[in-house]
Ligand binder design. Structure first.
Ligand code: FES
Length: 99
């Protein structure tokens, strides 16, 4: 497999030991599937990884776009994901959600 152009991290509050804690998994239920759909629908060369706590719980749910290293918070809706992916495709930043 070729290395993807974009790596999208979506916090799902995983913990090394025990149940998920934090807000991200509670407030972003179903969004991982939506991001995957959007990657396919938009034909993006991107890989989605769901992650453990990214230590930004107060700003959750958190999504990070690499290689730009742009961190987003409050990613609670499909509209938020759309705005972030639109900005990613345009080479910009979705300022409404940027941390
Ligand atoms: S649970 Fe997502 S940043 Fe902590």
């Amino acid at each position: 497999m070729e290395k993807p152009t974009y790596h999208i991290l979506l916090c799902q509050s995983f913990r090394a030991k025990g149940e998920p804690k934090g807000v991200c998994h509670k407030k972003s239920s179903g969004l991982a599937g939506y991001v995957e759909e959007q990657i396919l629908d938009r034909g993006l060369d991107a890989l989605l990884t769901t992650t453990s706590c990214l230590k930004q719980c107060d700003n959750g749910p958190v999504m990070v776009i690499y290689p730009q290293n742009v961190w987003y918070g409050g990613v609670e809706s499909e509209d938020a994901v759309d705005a972030i992916l639109d900005a990613m495709e345009e080479g910009g930043v979705a300022e409404d959600f940027a941390l």
